[in-house]
Design a protein around this ligand. Structure first.
Ligand SMILES: Cc1cc2nc3c(=O)[nH]c(=O)nc-3n(C[C@H](O)[C@H](O)[C@H](O)COP(=O)(O)O)c2cc1C
Length: 195
């Protein structure tokens, strides 16, 4: 598999967030496969409130995020499930962005929820991706209920993750990377034909 640029946006505003830790785990996993992965943690690097009246050109983190997304081959969006939807900070970040960042890119949706699976937030996230002209990965990733305990503390050897969820994380990340490579190859081929 060729080396690809992957951008992860972790959409929690909580210091010990399990969704952000799952994002970090996914970052390491894709890094071990040889990809260049950039994680934007919206808790550590908060973005300004989106306003259609302001471009926030002076906001360094926002400009870095936008540039990284333009250069990305694939994007991972990670959210805690809040009131059957995505977090406010992730929605705010997405409002700063547009089709120029997502068009024809593979996008993986990931959530952490109190319930067993964050279906509502994931469904809504995929609808937003569709509106941004991204390509939803066929599988999504969710930790919920008791599964979150694995991401509550990190030991010296990393997280002690149950075999079933670990297998799922590997499978879902694998299918996302496969789709990212496929889309990347097709768009590069289309670019070389048209140029
Ligand atoms: C404001 C708020 C709303 C929530 N709404 C839901 C919900 O609708 N469904 C659900 O399953 N869990 C809900 N939860 C629980 C969170 O999804 C759960 O604690 C999740 O693991 C938080 O992710 P984090 O560890 O990344 O902060 C809610 C939590 C908060 C703080």
């Amino acid at each position: 598999m060729v080396k690809m640029n992957i951008v992860i946006i972790a959409g929690s505003n909580r210091k010990s967030s399990t969704s952000t830790r799952l994002a970090g785990y996914s970052e390491r996993l894709m890094g071990q496969k040889g990809h260049s992965v950039t994680l934007f943690d919206l808790y550590r690097s908060p973005l300004p409130f989106y306003s259609p009246d302001e471009y926030h050109q002076e906001h360094v983190e926002l400009q870095v995020l936008k540039k990284s997304l333009v250069q990305a081959d694939g994007i991972v969006l990670v959210t805690p499930e809040y009131h059957g939807s995505i977090s406010g900070v992730l929605k705010n970040a997405l409002d700063h962005l547009g089709q120029e960042h997502f068009n024809n890119k593979a996008v993986l949706s990931v959530s952490s929820s109190g319930g067993a699976v964050g279906v509502s937030s994931l469904t809504q996230l995929q609808a937003i991706v569709r509106n941004l002209h991204g390509i939803n990965s066929p599988e999504w990733l969710s930790i919920g209920g008791a599964q979150r305990k694995w991401f509550e503390t990190e030991g010296q050897d990393g997280y002690e993750i149950g075999q079933d969820i670990n297998d799922r994380i590997h499978r879902v990340i694998g299918s996302f990377l496969d789709l990212t490579q496929l889309v990347r190859r097709e768009s590069h081929a289309a670019g070389s034909i048209s140029s």
